[in-house]
Design a protein around this ligand. Structure first.
Ligand code: AMP
Ligand code: MG
Length: 349
């Protein structure tokens, strides 16, 4: 691919003519079939014109994404969803209450516009909360198909620097904005005919948020024996370069375990710890501690998770041990990403 354009955008000043001009240019690239990396509130996205089959195909090629794993189509305005998809009553309530939001709805398609949905009769739709993302979609004048801007299977990028190692030279433009406010991919939900909702992927919008607007949620936990409900579920995800183990147990047992690891001097060990543990191994060169956040601050943990995994990749550690987050509220999504990144490996202490 020819010269890649890297632009910096002031996300707090988007109506400034200078910033608008940059986004207009980015929108034009998308409209004309190019690929643009852009910030969202969840993770950085790799965007293409959702109506352009060959542009969408390039996303799959660049990411090495399996061709049967459909992509999310992003709109600037919740009203646009109704043009392309059938919206059941409960979905309408959810749209009215939350959108724009880090939330994706899998809905029945009205037409056949989107190749990103892999010939399914449904399409996944989202209206991002991040203003830069919505402005870009508006200026592109077309919906934008976008997965996370990383190679398939790797941790998602939550700041512009993460993108370079995976995608440099492979896209037309990278828009560098702020660090992603939420840091985890959107919650993905689908609708059964009988008004029951399946949570296909947990995220910042939680089970309780959905229940608060009257949603009835299907019981989770059967996907391991059934066909995966979201095609994306069957693939390896979020994995750092080094093997990752989750340590399940009280803080003092975790510190004990890590102290013993110190004796095995041949390895450079990454420790994804709670903020309260950060000082324990500060003087030791073999253990690199990165804080996930305070034990009771799930929002901070969501924001830090991928950034920490990407940092361990950068530092080239040999093995990573992680604390186990609470599994309630947003913790459900953090744990979901972490256990996939670990390939299910947990050490019970
Ligand atoms: P990503 O692009 O990596 O953020 O992933 C989008 C998620 O939404 C993946 O888990 C997809 O499998 C899922 N998804 C997208 N479209 C559909 C659809 N039409 N039906 C079910 N799941 C979908
Ligand atoms: Mg992804």
């Amino acid at each position: 691919m020819a010269q890649i354009e890297i632009i910096k955008i002031d996300e707090n000043n988007l109506e400034n003519p200078c910033e608008l001009k940059k986004l207009e240019r980015a929108g034009k690239i998308i409209r004309n079939g190019g690929l643009v990396v852009f910030p969202t509130e969840t993770v950085y996205g790799l965007g293409a014109n959702a109506f352009d089959e060959s542009a969408v195909k390039k996303i799959y090629e660049i990411k090495g994404r399996p061709s049967d794993n459909p992509l999310i189509v992003h709109f600037a305005d919740p009203e646009d969803i109704y043009k392309y998809a059938e919206v059941p009553d409960i979905a309408e309530k959810i749209i009215k209450k939350f959108m724009p939001a880090p939330l994706t709805l899998v809905l029945k398609k009205k037409g056949n516009e989107f190749d990103s949905s892999c010939k399914l009769d449904t399409v996944a739709v989202r209206v991002p909360k991040n203003n830069t993302a919505r402005k870009l979609i508006e200026l592109a004048g077309v919906p934008i198909t976008a997965p996370s801007a990383n190679l398939s299977g790797k941790p998602s990028p939550t700041n512009a620097a993460h993108i370079m190692s995976d995608l440099d030279g492979k896209v037309d433009m990278i828009i560098c904005g702020e660090n992603c406010e939420i840091g985890l991919e959107s919650t993905v939900i689908s609708f059964n005919g009988d008004g029951i909702i399946n949570i296909l992927r947990s995220g910042y919008i939680t089970r309780d948020d959905l229940i608060s607007v009257g949603a009835r949620i299907a019981r989770p936990g059967t996907e391991l024996i059934e066909q995966p409900r979201a095609p994306g579920m069957k693939y390896k995800h979020y994995s750092p370069d080094a093997p990752l183990y989750i340590l399940s147990g009280e803080n003092d047992r975790i510190i004990d375990f890590m102290s013993k690891e110190l004796c095995r001097k041949t390895k450079k060990v990454g420790f994804l710890c709670f903020a309260e543990m950060l000082s324990f191994f500060a003087d030791n060169k073999n253990i690199i501690s990165i804080s996930l956040g305070l034990k009771n601050d799930l929002k901070e943990q969501a924001k830090n998770l991928f950034s920490a995994l990407n940092k361990f990749n950068e530092l080239g550690v040999d093995i990573i041990y992680s604390v186990e987050p609470e599994k309630t509220g947003v913790g459900e999504a953090i744990y979901n990403r972490l256990i996939k990144a670990a390939g299910g490996k947990t050490i019970i202490l």
